[in-house]
Design a protein around this ligand. Sequence first.
Ligand code: ADP
Length: 589
Amino acid sequence: MKEGRIVKVAGPLVVAEGMSGQKMYDVALVSEKRLLGEIIELKGDLASIQVYEETGGVGPGEPVYPTGAPLSVELGPGLIESIYDGIQRPLDVIREKVGDFVTRGVSVPALDRNRKWHFVPRAKVGDEVEPGDIIGTVQETVLVEHRIMVPPGVRGKITHIEEGDFTVEDPVARVRTGKGEIEIKMYQKWPVRLPRPYKEKLLPDIPMVTGQRIIDTFFPVTKGGTACVPGPFGSGKTVIQHQLAKWSDADIVIYIGCGERGNEMTDVLIEFPELKDPRSGEPLMKRTVLVANTSNMPVAAREASVYTGITIAEYFRDMGYSVALMADSTSRWAEAMREISGRLEEMPGEEGYPAYLGARVASFYERAGRVITLGKDRREGSLTVIGAVSPPGGDLADPVVQATLRVVKVFWSLDDKLAYRRHFPAINWLTSYSLYRDTVRDYLDKEISPDFYDMQTEAMRILSKEAELEEIVRLVGIEALSESDQLLLEVARSLREDFLHQNAFHEVDTYTSLKKQYLLLKLILYMYEKAKEALERGITVRELRQLPVWERIARAKYISEDELVELEGIKKEIDNEIQGLIGGKSKEA
Ligand code: ADP
């Protein structure tokens, strides 16, 4: 292909002439160092190229080599457990090759070309196959069976397929198509900016259970859903992300770390590989892919990293898995967009962000979903996207936050004031929301209990009423409240301390099944009902507060999942103690 010539270098942006006939978003290699870049603007003969490596020392007059292909990722065995940079270079392999700081123009394939994988066919010679059909499997890690799929665009009859140990470059099958015979390898390439195809989008009406009570009971996210979490420093964002990665009932976790301060990202690179999958006891990395950009990497690579991550996530979704993708922080991604847009001298929108910020953010989250994948067997796969935002000064009016809130369906409002009071998870129950509460209702009615929904509503009512009453208490003192309002405050305290508060570091408390969440909530509301009856019989809140059973309710969350019958015992104690109070009262009278 005809080469171009650099006319201008501005940070990560290079302008080259002689580029007519090129396509937007195609990759071009810049200078003799062959730095990877992507064409992001074409004006006549001139192309603006965003370069994913440091451009220092590159100057006008040097060549640019167009490749005629869009920025793509490699998808196949070897993805799991990998740690990639924003353009899918394996960081560990590069480190071995050239040391800690990624040097420029290093070209290392994303998938190891020498490693052999044991391929077990699922299809046989003579089978008619279409895109998405699974023709065989590879046990990629102890936790993940990698399903080898017919790539998009290939359709025909299998003429050869065999079991054995192969590298990703070896053909494992051949398919006779209308255009001749095609070899199928265990990996495929896919352009990152193009969503991978599927057959149908389904309503995401199955909750993704996280075992975190405030999330599952009050602000659920679904398989295929979208959520956003802001994270003021010290508010417990890291702990939440780790909890989600460990406990969510997702088969695969993709974590995109997008250029937080250098050392923070290093924390992720050190911490994540040390996490254990609590269910299997295996390292969590055995079902995880990390995409990491530290701040010492050029800004443009951050822009690419969210696309690299979500394309890998879609690929596992296509196998029929439920995938959870976490991106932290999408604000850094948007800042990269802003910087590039500034260099292109585009008309700035709010706070200097490009006018297309909203559209970009929306098209990212739109890649989430629960789908029927390609392939004859109508598999179901899902991709849940959880984006963290980190607005400057925690200001939620920030354009990136606003653009995100317009598209995501769940907002977990991490609150540094709660964290300061050591209420964890510090998700503010008054400002958070989930638009999936009604969507998952059928599922919860069937799987848990038809009264769960109304209990959630009632508990939320109590907590909002508490917030109102607190205002009055501040002004005129608690004694000014009616007995029934004082009781409500007592119950609200129990909801906060005994239900919402959840210790990530306690071996039982760290995870609560939906069933147990339901029973715990029911216990607190049962206490409320019985206490209300007692008030009607002339018992005071002061007397009710003395009951020892409150302490039993407070400790109920530490009851293990196999001993949930104990909760019935606590209910009996509630009955007995309240009956005792009422009995005592009538004797007095
Ligand atoms: P951030 O990443 O927002 O700066 P972290 O996630 O590191 O904050 O949390 C800060 C500290 O808060 C943790 O070290 C831990 O002590 C506490 N913490 C956060 N979440 C929880 C939780 N769910 N249970 C118990 N402690 C928590």
